[in-house]
Design a binder for this molecule. Structure first.
Ligand SMILES: Nc1ncnc2c1ncn2[C@@H]1O[C@H](COP(=O)(O)OP(=O)(O)OP(=O)(O)O)[C@@H](O)[C@H]1O
Ligand SMILES: [Mg+2]
Length: 275
């Protein structure tokens, strides 16, 4: 088994606090943007219990992550071929045992993914909404926590709530803010500025802006056709921002300093925990 300390896969969690602000949209399009730039990218649907990345892609998986965890298949058998060469690891949908999964099991899933060989360059995790233990566990494990916000007061309040919990309770500082679905770049800067001000005032934390994704009127049509921005609108404004964010994330380093539970994994199958 490859030691965690040697891992090269960069882990990016895409979170938001509030639901419906574009986490899945961003995860999918950022994953394909990174793949376009030549990286091996895996996208894990970490919306435990209500996974839907595969639905967006119109793929019906034979196995999902809950099957791998129960030993019914290997991790690799859950991998779906996504757009642009990305691999999608489908989360389980409508399975109570997944929705109630504990922090240790969530960690095991991620550890299993980052110890697979050949390794991915990037593992993107669509964490789902909220600040429940699934989300905080996935975010804690990530090298970078992308916090998606949009131009709505509730989105800012919930993003701040997520950042506060991650910063105060788990010591995370590795936030990158993406303002999504805004009418203009100017509006995006304003929205980001509001969050930045609050984080500075109450947490003394300086937030970083990763990008401003404009409202893309064709998204509904693109989604219906099961396409991504890169393939359907390669010269669109939203696509170029995705590519810029991808370039930015290429500079990330895989950190190795977090305490992680040890696992014994054989051929991508979940095994008993090591002492
Ligand atoms: N920049 C954008 N332009 C136009 N539509 C967008 C944009 N970003 C997201 N959307 C649309 O907004 C809706 C919500 O996006 P998405 O499902 O990605 O949000 P989410 O944060 O993953 O939601 P949930 O919390 O329920 O998982 C989708 O219909 C998506 O296509
Ligand atoms: Mg989603």
């Amino acid at each position: 088994m490859t030691a965690i300390a040697e891992r090269k896969t960069r882990l990016i969690a895409v979170s938001s606090g509030k639901g419906g602000v574009g986490k899945t949209f961003l995860s999918l399009n950022l994953a394909t943007a990174l793949a376009t730039r030549g990286h091996a990218v895996w996208l894990f649907d970490g919306d435990m219990g209500l996974a839907n990345v595969h639905v967006l892609l119109g793929i019906q998986p034979q196995f999902d992550i809950s099957d791998a965890m129960a030993g019914r298949c290997t991790l690799q058998q859950t991998f779906l071929d996504g757009p642009g060469g990305i691999k999608v690891i489908p989360g389980a949908s409508g399975k109570r045992e997944m929705a109630e999964m504990g922090a240790l099991e969530t960690t095991q899933v991620i550890e299993a993914l980052v110890t697979l060989q050949p390794a991915a360059d990037f593992l993107l995790i669509d964490t789902g909404a909220g600040i429940g233990k699934h989300v905080t566990t996935l975010a804690r494990l990530a090298d970078t926590i992308v916090v998606v916000i949009c131009d709505e007061p509730a989105s800012l309040a919930d993003a701040y709530g997520l950042i506060k919990v991650m910063y105060r309770d788990f010591g995370s500082r590795n936030f990158e803010i993406v303002v999504n679905d805004v009418s203009t770049a100017q509006r995006g800067h304003l929205v980001f500025g509001r969050l930045q001000q609050v984080a500075m005032k109450f947490l003394e934390l300086n937030l970083v802006l990763a990008g401003i994704v404009p409202h893309e009127p064709e998204v509904t049509m693109i989604t219906r056709r099961r396409e991504t921005l890169i393939s359907a609108a390669p010269r669109g404004a939203a696509t170029s921002v995705m590519l810029e964010i991808a370039t930015r994330f290429e500079k990330l380093k895989a950190t190795t300093n977090r305490a992680r539970p040890k696992l014994s994994i054989v051929d991508g199958t979940f095994g008993a925990q090591s002492p």
